[in-house]
Design a protein around this ligand. Structure first.
Ligand code: ATP
Ligand code: MG
Length: 406
């Protein structure tokens, strides 16, 4: 096994300079620190153009699993920090190659120099280190185009960093650099994917979830919370705001024509999300809508629903096909949970034939028959906020609530 001493992180989309760059790096460092907080021996050194994580014997594999999910990291490499002398470079390079070489493998040496004053240039280093390896691993062959092993040598100001791996990070921007927003999270496939994409752009999100006991079960609520737990892998802890929605749905169903049940329900959801956003200092509302997917997601429906607010309503999956959304849901680990059949509030109160082209004036007119303010006030009074950490479980725990239901 190779014993790496550090992980060297290359930053993501860092076109911005000055203060923004500083904020980016500081936020990334604190996000990395958070996901590695149970490794007290690890040291994090955020520098201007690279971040170094000194392992101090912490296990690389486990740390790697966490880093993969931190936004703002473009690429990273586990490295062995080496003295800036030819002897040291050759020695470390050979030890690394001996640890990973298997009979028949090809290799090449790839040197980069940030310190242009170093006594050897990249070509010289490539050939000298290459020769040293040929001398000690006689069967190994060089291959420039598609080598099995690439020995990467980075000559920097403070030291030389040697690695055989260049790993892809999650990309995007560190969570928290783009401000705060609320995310309308259902138990479906789309909104968890939209959440992931919002986080990827650096937006810190709080989940707003509508639930309708007794029409929806504890399981449906637990499912949305558990989905939040999966997304917390990418964000740290996420606040989950559960909003009781049954009274609003019952009232709408009782008083309004069936064709407008869905539109008016959605107007209430958006209104509530917006009030919560404002109270919590958010700047935008995210949801998982995709154009044309269902009746509530036609452009006409969006117009009739979006009417209740001027706050930006951002829809990260708006142009994606269902198959593309599913592929991403599988990649981020939410898909299997999303397809569990615990029906949420919308499925239960969905009219059989919702209007795909609702009229804005009609929606307003019908809605005016209701005590909008009172309904909103009572829903807000019933809000419950839970802070959810990465991979926290809610469905399989044998809590008393769960057993009551069985
Ligand atoms: P999803 O897979 O995200 O549920 P969907 O394609 O099933 O989306 P809808 O159920 O019509 O579509 O919901 C559209 C969007 O409205 C969701 O992506 C989500 O952002 C929001 N939404 C729907 N139901 C809820 C809910 N119970 N709580 C919070 N937001 C919801
Ligand atoms: Mg849904």
């Amino acid at each position: 096994m190779v014993k790496y001493t550090e992980i060297m992180i290359r930053y993501g989309e860092l076109s911005t300079k000055g203060k923004n760059r500083k904020d980016f790096i500081a936020k990334l460092a604190s996000n990395v620190n958070r996901v590695l907080s149970d490794f007290p021996m690890v040291e994090i050194h955020p520098k201007h153009d690279r971040m170094h994580i000194v392992l101090n014997d912490a296990p690389f594999e486990e740390i790697n699993n966490r880093l993969k999910k931190v936004f703002g990291i473009q690429t990273y490499s586990p490295v062995i920090k080496t003295e800036k002398t030819l002897e040291a470079i050759e020695k470390t390079s050979l030890e690394l190659m001996e640890a990973i070489y298997q009979t028949g493998m090809t290799f090449k040496v790839n040197t980069k120099r940030a310190d242009h004053k170093f006594e050897y240039d990249t070509n010289q280093l490539n050939s000298m280190v290459g020769d040293h390896i040929f001398d000690h691993i006689p069967d190994i062959k060089a291959e420039m185009k598609h080598p099995d092993l690439v020995l990467r040598i980075e000559v920097r100001q403070d030291a030389v960093y040697i690695s055989n791996q260049l790993l892809h990070g999650a990309g995007g921007m560190p969570v928290g650099t783009a401000g705060k927003a609320v995310m309308m999270l259902s138990g479906g496939i789309d909104s968890p994917v939209a959440s992931y994409l919002a986080l990827k752009r650096g937006v810190e999100i709080e989940m707003v979830h509508f639930f309708s006991p007794p029409y929806t079960t504890e399981k449906a609520l637990a499912k949305a919370k558990e989905l939040t737990g999966i997304l917390a892998n990418y964000a740290g802890k996420i606040n989950f705001i559960a909003v009781p929605f049954a009274e609003i749905q019952e009232t709408i169903k009782e008083k309004l024509p069936e064709g407008y049940l869905m539109t008016v329900q959605r107007r209430f959801m958006l209104r509530l999300a917006d009030i919560i956003r404002k109270k919590r200092g958010g700047l935008a509302i995210f949801n998982g809508e995709s154009v044309g997917q269902v009746a509530s997601q036609t452009l006409e429906s969006m117009t009739a629903i979006n009417d209740v607010t001027t706050t930006p309503v951002l829809r990260p999956v708006v142009t994606m096909d269902k198959t593309e959304i599913i592929a991403l849901a599988e990649k981020i680990g939410t898909f299997d949970l999303s397809i569990e059949p615990f029906e949420d509030c919308c499925t239960i109160f969905a009219p059989p034939r919702p209007k795909t082209k609702p009229k804005l004036d009609k929606a307003r007119e019908y809605e005016a028959r209701l005590d909008v303010e009172g309904l909103i006030e009572r829903a807000l009074a019933g809000i419950q906020i839970t802070q959810i950490r990465a991979n926290q479980k809610f469905l399989d725990v044998s809590s008393s609530e769960d057993t009551d239901l069985l």
